[in-house]
Design a protein around this ligand. Structure first.
Ligand code: MG
Length: 252
């Protein structure tokens, strides 16, 4: 009986040892695919979703439009009130003083009330990425127009996956991820731009290849450029202008 017990203990110890050995081998194998460096930098999220995180460049915090100018370099003509900015109608589109390449952009806008006009003439503005590539801003709530020109379209190039528009008078958001085009030294295109857009948290453009700069008429094409501004369009519609608030950007 004693002999049987000793044999049992030996077997148990051997089994545990071999299990520990194999576990160690498994862990060693798993460790081969662990990557510890680089360690991503810490970015502190804002308390509220949609507010600027710690590494963002704030382009409009509700107080002034110092980050913006007219296309000719003169001061932006905007009304700022209650944390909201509106471009003075027909004063011209405004663009950031700072220039950007690859980025994540957040902005919020509100289509005007009362509703005036229809199609492309109802609450038309636009977010021009690097000044050339327009994500349409339009009151597309129960307002038919051509699909590749409705709100959320990469204008005349890519129809939004869905119509995610809120009613006019309600605040809406865009979160845009922009990968800038790359040009060869002879100014020919090396790689096109790509854009991803969420409207009100809903994916509407999914890593879309950009065909070139936005044109109202004709086929898009590229012209070589470096970092450029974010531009907000003054479309000059008949109704009240589109309002903006909480605009920030993160260089990528
Ligand atoms: Mg527009």
């Amino acid at each position: 009986m004693k002999k049987v017990f000793i044999t049992f203990v030996i077997c148990l110890v051997y089994h545990n040892l071999s299990y520990a050995q194999s576990q160690s081998d498994a862990e060693k194998e798993a460790a081969k695919t662990e990557v510890w460096f680089p360690v991503p930098p810490v970015v502190k999220p804002a308390r509220e979703i949609g507010q600027a995180p710690s590494d963002a460049i704030v382009l409009f915090d509700g107080k002034n439009v110092d980050a913006w100018q007219l296309e000719n370099g003169q001061a932006a003509q905007c009304a700022v009130k209650d944390g909201i900015m509106t471009i003075v109608k027909n004063s011209g589109s405004i663009q950031t003083r700072q220039k950007f390449n690859n980025f994540q952009l957040h902005l919020e806008w509100k289509e005007p009330l009362p509703v005036v006009g229809d199609g492309q003439g109802r609450g038309n503005s636009g977010v021009y990425l690097q000044e050339e590539y327009e994500i349409q801003v339009l009151d597309s709530y129960e307002n038919p127009t051509y699909s590749n020109g409705q709100c959320g379209a990469l204008y005349k190039q890519s129809i939004p996956l869905v119509n995610a528009c809120r009613q006019p008078g309600e605040w809406q958001s865009y979160d845009i991820i922009w990968t800038a085009p790359i040009f060869n030294t002879d100014k020919t295109l090396k790689t096109p731009a790509f854009v991803t857009v969420f409207q009100n948290g809903i994916l509407i453009q999914n890593h879309v290849e950009v065909k070139g700069k936005t044109l109202w008429s004709g086929e898009p094409y590229y012209e070589a450029h470096g970092p450029k501004s974010i531009l907000l369009q003054d479309h000059g519609d008949n109704g009240e202008p589109v309002s903006f608030r909480n605009i920030w950007i993160r260089n990528l």
